[in-house]
Design a binder for this molecule. Sequence first.
Ligand SMILES: Cc1ncc(COP(=O)(O)O)c(C=O)c1O
Length: 435
Amino acid sequence: MAMSTTSPNSLVLKNPNRILTKTQINSFPINAQINSFPINHSLGPKKSISITCSASAQVQDRAAAPTAVDGGQDRVFNFAAGPAILPENVLLKAQSELYNWRGTGMSVMEMSHRGKDFLSIIQKAESDLRALLNIPSDYDVLFLQGGATTQFAAIPLNLCTPNDAVDFVVTGSWGDKAFKESVKYCKPNVIWSGKPEKYTKIPSFDDLEQNPDAKYLHICANETIHGVEFKDYPIPRNRAGLLVADMSSNFCSKPVDVSKFGLIYAGAQKNVGPSGVTIVIVRKDLIGNAQEITPVMLDYKIHADNNSLYNTPPCFGIYMCGLVFEDLLAQGGLVEVEKKNSKKGKMLYDAIDESKGFYRCPVEKSVRSLMNVPFTLEKSELEGEFIKEAAKEKMLQLKGHRSVGGVRASIYNAMPLAGVEKLVAFMKDFQARHG
Ligand SMILES: Cc1ncc(COP(=O)(O)O)c(C=O)c1O
């Protein structure tokens, strides 16, 4: 049974060493004022600290399915580009399992990564991801660390010799960063760049002059800063037929034919979990030829041979990703998820396009991202006010990336339709007052 924590009877902890009963734990109000919480500081005398935790949520009985709390009271609509909004039911499920994971008497954070409990968590995360993306069996799924940025180096180190050519189509800042990092480990070449047009386009694939000798063709499937998204993918014309994609910001937002790619990589912190986990999906035959200088932590063979458990992995992050995968499957999989994302995207882009120029999205319509929606105000001096007023209405993190300015609304999988509806209503109201 879910227990409301809005009772005025806030629990004041006087003695942290006291063991709470299950009932007490379940009735522990998250918004309790924890006053005079004495801690035994190893370096000095007993000190008193005062902690005020303003977050409020329902604490769940472990046996009950978590139910979403009303976002209106305490949760905001978080439009951040990443780390980003996570599904409420996933957060609540994690909350209900945080203290004692499924009767093990410990949190996932405390478990041995080699124990059977964590093994069941990582194996289920992998199999659910395989089900979601229909990942063929000749691909490995790796749960790594270091962010997508580390993959900018790891990919050429694993797939190339220092003299191998690589083709890059650069449609935004992240593709550019991937290119620049790879210069250290191979001989990359930018065969198309959207920079002259401020990264608002994707090239026509027929016009790309691909190098048949290139080891692979690299794209960034969704440029988080500029809001440019590939809706289809170029056919790699290199001899090995290899396409590599950074899918950090649209991973699991729609179905993808994994077999078209040699390698897909994504930082988790936009669509599928907290920061600290990077997912690499790589065709097995591409593994095992890393350059000699490759650090052990960047060698795919090491991680593949050890099922992502060569060293201590980001256990809690992997657990959270697993909860998100479970949730996406429960929603009906990525076909259903894409429908929801299309509806949200259309609603927001329509509001921009129908504003008679008050709001403007610079990105070419056919390649507008369903995940990151950048826009400017005709009266640019109002952008600060727009962001400030939106924040007062509990719509946060709408500021565009510092390199481009303007406004950016990231509407990942976990952003509910209600969040986009609220933003659109606010935009209309703002325009009515300032237009
Ligand atoms: C598309 C894309 N690629 C790469 C990165 C870098 O990711 P990380 O910070 O996890 O290294 C980001 C981060 O925002 C991104 O959006």
